[in-house]
Design a protein around this ligand. Sequence first.
Ligand SMILES: Nc1ncnc2c1ncn2[C@@H]1O[C@H](COP(=O)(O)OP(=O)(O)OP(=O)(O)O)[C@@H](O)[C@H]1O
Ligand SMILES: O=P(O)(O)OC[C@H]1O[C@H](OP(=O)(O)OP(=O)(O)O)[C@H](O)[C@@H]1O
Length: 215
Amino acid sequence: MDFIKIALAKGRLAGDSLEMLKKIGIEFKEYSKKSRKLIFINNEEKIKLVFVKSTDIPIYVEKGAVDIGIVGKDILMENRADVYEILNLNIGKCKLCIAALKEYQSSRNRKLIVGTKYPNIAKNYFHRKKILSEVIKLNGSVELAPILGLSDVIVDIVETGKTLHENGLIVLEEMYSLSARLVVNKASLKTKGNKIEKIIMRLEEVIKENKDENS
Ligand SMILES: Nc1ncnc2c1ncn2[C@@H]1O[C@H](COP(=O)(O)OP(=O)(O)OP(=O)(O)O)[C@@H](O)[C@H]1O
Ligand SMILES: O=P(O)(O)OC[C@H]1O[C@H](OP(=O)(O)OP(=O)(O)O)[C@H](O)[C@@H]1O
């Protein structure tokens, strides 16, 4: 029987995602946080776990290189792919926000310069709001952009708010609430439907249990 391939990223979502898979009986004994291995196999359940850069997960799933991916909604919005977004896993919760230096004064009379790791999301958002903007794509430590005068504002993820606070920035606007999603390759849902649907159903139970525990 065919293996089901699941893609995860090594970052923040890995721990909670693996915990959820463990709760539905999918465990990878060889896995350790420190390991540099990219593929782990569970032979009993016939599952392969592959670690992919998070921004690459949508394309791996769309092309069928993997059957299932677990990835943040931010990544799915930024890197659009033709996949089924099946479950909100309710982990990796954070917000995508517009933020600026505390002393920032907005002016509608000139172009807004935006620094962000999410150029597509930012461009669409400001276009829809009819705000003239220039978006500068950055790859990290985005909070530096307004501090060093590279941009007026940033579009970035806020979880605890600690990074903004420690760098003298504040949230101007909350754009989107985000969390991790389970995405599935369209063909796999037909060809490996039984097995994938079982995984989905078991994960739905875990999501419900987690919600009950937190309420
Ligand atoms: N404080 C946070 N900062 C960034 N992302 C967060 C945060 N909290 C939750 N998330 C979610 O977790 C996902 C993974 O975050 P992480 O920072 O590990 O990104 P990564 O792309 O996997 O790692 P890296 O940026 O180091 O390559 C994000 O796409 C986002 O949906
Ligand atoms: O609200 P907080 O809890 O402080 O979290 C938000 C910070 O975490 C993320 O950065 P990350 O740690 O992924 O580093 P990066 O800036 O290099 O992407 C995000 O881009 C913020 O900088």
